[in-house]
Design a protein around this ligand. Structure first.
Ligand SMILES: [Fe+2]
Ligand SMILES: [Fe+2]
Length: 473
């Protein structure tokens, strides 16, 4: 049996048969109060007694997997769900393509798999920590609810990875599960594993950029892991993707609503001065895009990577939509052209496909981001603004990979450190920007009311009206 029926009444709702697995069930039941302590200490501040209109995963049926109701966040039913499979699953990529997938961890892949699961798992609580103060400055009840929805689901994603650690990695797994509750975003001594998950997210422009760009990295990582030959990981990630799409929606539409409102304020002001009208200037939005997009690009890892090649060869991680977009799942032939800097000049290097897997995933991500940029620019056009937003080059402002040791302008041209420093205030969010943005962030809490700097969404959540009481304060 590949999936048990959904047990919603268990202490930990699940479809992984915890009732018949006392050892793992007890281990998870011991972890549960520690998770709740972490939530209390590091989750959204001060809104624990409030009823929030949240969706909860209650099924793995793609036609209706969620239930919407008022819930207090600490009472959210964090569960463990794997996407069901009908047929015997096979390995999707690499040297063993077509052979049966693993239901237990192969010994020789144990270290790599644990690292993959821990790294993914670490991002989930990290983002909750980064966002914990934002409830106080929400521009509407609708947005506050969306923030909390993202937060509780990141909590569930942590559960998803912790289940795999407890179930498949014995004592090491239990220790890793503890450590996931001990690291802290931005902490000097025990930071979260990946860079972008230690960056401050102090205001809602950063929150929307984070959910647009950083959660979107998550989408591509989950999609690549949904192709994994380790079947429990593949099925876990595949269910996480159903929740993740709402997070991306929050980011993409949040930015779109800011852009729309800024364009309206530009028209409203006799001098086209958005700031004079209490809005967010386009230059500042562009700097926020540059900042979060570049940090998020780092999350994909090195452009040329022997690790990526090993993981693909072993069948641990595939490409985005491997099954429908690629015919050759071994990728032993062919190359990807990757720009590199030699003697301060750009040239192109041909990299064998397997070594370029990180870059192949990053290029798919960039294409997805470009789609959103085109959509936002259509909003600007319709509103009569002449401003256009853009994505910087993948080489701009990087801290990992081939471009980390050289400075580039947003067009991707190599420049000196001095040239970068002279212009970075034009290109990246500055302390003055953050101070101005924080000054704009006054809470708006009447049902149906929205802060001046953001347009209302086009519709509510789960067919509720915009003036629905999404959070009962
Ligand atoms: Fe997540
Ligand atoms: Fe997410």
């Amino acid at each position: 049996m590949l999936t048990s029926s959904v047990d919603l009444n268990a202490k930990i709702p699940n479809n992984v048969g915890l009732a018949d697995d006392p050892k793992v069930r007890r281990a998870l039941e011991r972890w549960q109060p520690r998770f709740l302590n972490w939530w209390h200490e590091m989750g959204p501040t001060d809104f624990e007694p409030n009823d929030v209109y949240l969706r909860t995963a209650v099924s793995v049926d793609s036609s209706g997997w969620a239930n919407y109701d008022y819930v207090r966040m600490p009472e959210y039913r964090w569960g463990i769900f794997l996407t069901p499979r009908d047929a015997t699953p096979t390995i999707h990529v690499g040297d063993a393509t077509g052979q049966p997938a693993w239901t237990e961890v192969p010994g020789e892949l144990r270290t790599a798999l644990r690292r993959i699961i821990v790294t993914q798992g670490d991002t989930e609580p990290a983002s909750v920590e980064q966002q914990r103060m934002l409830g106080h400055t929400a521009p509407s009840l609708y947005d506050m609810r969306n923030l909390f929805q993202v937060n509780v689901e990141e909590g569930r994603h942590l559960w998803a990875m912790v289940y795999l650690l407890h179930k498949h990695f014995g004592r090491d797994g239990r220790e890793e599960a503890e450590a996931l509750l001990e690291r802290r975003s931005g902490d000097a001594d025990r930071p979260r594993i990946l860079g972008a998950f230690n960056e401050p997210c102090d205001h809602w422009l950063s929150f929307f950029c984070f959910t647009m760009f950083t959660d979107r990295d998550g989408k591509y990582q989950l999609a690549a892991l949904a192709e994994s030959g380790f079947d429990p990981l593949a099925r876990s990630c595949s269910f996480m993707l159903t929740e993740e799409s709402h997070h991306l929606f929050v980011g993409e539409t949040g930015l779109e609503r800011i852009i729309k409102r800024s364009a309206e304020l530009e028209q409203l002001d006799p001098n086209g001065d958005i700031r004079a009208q209490g809005g967010i200037e386009f230059d500042m939005i562009q700097r926020a895009i540059n900042y979060w997009y570049s940090h998020s690009l780092d999350l994909f890892g090195g452009e040329v990577s022997s690790n990526a090649a090993d993981w693909f060869a072993a069948g641990l991680k595939g490409r985005y939509r491997e099954g429908s977009r690629f015919e050759d799942h071994r990728a032993l032939e062919g190359t990807l052209s990757i720009p590199v800097v030699e003697d301060g000049r750009l040239t192109v290097r041909e990299v064998p496909l397997r070594n370029a897997m990180n870059q192949i995933l990053r290029d798919d991500y960039t294409a997805d981001c470009e789609r959103a940029l085109r959509r936002w620019n259509r909003v600007l056009e319709t509103a009569g603004s002449s401003f256009r937003l853009s994505l910087p080059s993948q080489r701009f402002h990087r801290h990992q990979g081939l471009y980390a040791d050289q400075d580039f302008d947003p067009e991707g041209n190599p420049i000196t450190r001095e040239q970068f420093e002279a212009r970075q205030a034009e290109w990246l969010l500055q302390p003055e920007d953050n101070a101005y943005l924080s000054s704009l962030m006054v809470p708006v809490r009447g049902p149906g009311q929205f802060a001046n700097w953001i347009a209302p969404p086009s519709r509510g959540i789960n067919q509720q009206p915009l003036d629905f009481e999404y959070v009962r304060l």
